[in-house]
Design a protein around this ligand. Structure first.
Ligand code: SF4
Length: 186
């Protein structure tokens, strides 16, 4: 009786658009850099409450964030390019979150997961920050309380789109600098 071997479903990231011919392939630098950034996001999970548990489910084998090249979590801001804020952020914690953001090197993106991080959620109280975008810029918001892992994956896909299509020089543009200046950031 033979052993049934399942065919591997491992897929390779498709190459960016470019020009090819016998023995050569040429594309632009920003497309190559975008492809690399998109498929090697290093998330920093800033998880303070229940949304963090949902993120753990997203990391586990069933949803497997590793399929998106983002399984390498970083607890050091200097080795992360995606700040994922998940949970209630107390006003006292605001300066810490901001410091973590500032310690991350460019390029960096911010994903706000769930109602609490995005708007304070049900905690409309004196002690809770009513949305992290009051202190740091946010690229993608994930709605829900808590969002399901599928929504987290969708948020990651939106960040991937930004990372892939963002010009390598976007961070030097006047618009981006102006936006940072509104937050009192450099
Ligand atoms: S949005 Fe809901 S699940 Fe997420 S941290 Fe707030 S209360 Fe918890």
């Amino acid at each position: 009786m033979g052993i049934e071997v399942k065919k591997s479903k491992i897929e390779v990231v498709s190459a960016p658009t470019g020009h090819e011919g016998p023995g050569f392939f040429a594309t632009s630098l920003d497309k190559a850099v975008g492809m690399a950034r998109k498929n090697s996001l290093w998330p920093l999970p800033f998880a303070t409450s229940c949304c963090g548990i949902e993120f753990m489910a997203t990391m586990a084998s069933h949803y497997d964030l590793g399929r998106f090249g983002a399984e390498r979590l970083s607890f050091s801001p200097r080795q992360a390019d995606l700040l994922m804020v998940m949970g209630t952020i107390a006003k006292k914690m605001g300066p810490v979150l901001r410091q973590v953001y500032e310690q991350m090197a460019e390029p960096k993106w911010v994903l706000s997961m769930g109602a609490c991080a995005s708007s304070g959620g049900i905690f409309d109280t004196y002690s809770v920050l009513q949305g992290i975008d009051r202190i740091i810029p946010v690229d993608v918001y994930i709605p829900g309380c808590p969002p399901r892992p599928e929504q987290v994956l969708d948020g990651i896909l939106q960040i991937q789109k930004l990372a892939a299509s963002e010009s390598i020089r976007r961070r030097d543009t006047p618009e981006y600098k102006e936006m940072l200046a509104k937050y009192g950031l450099e």
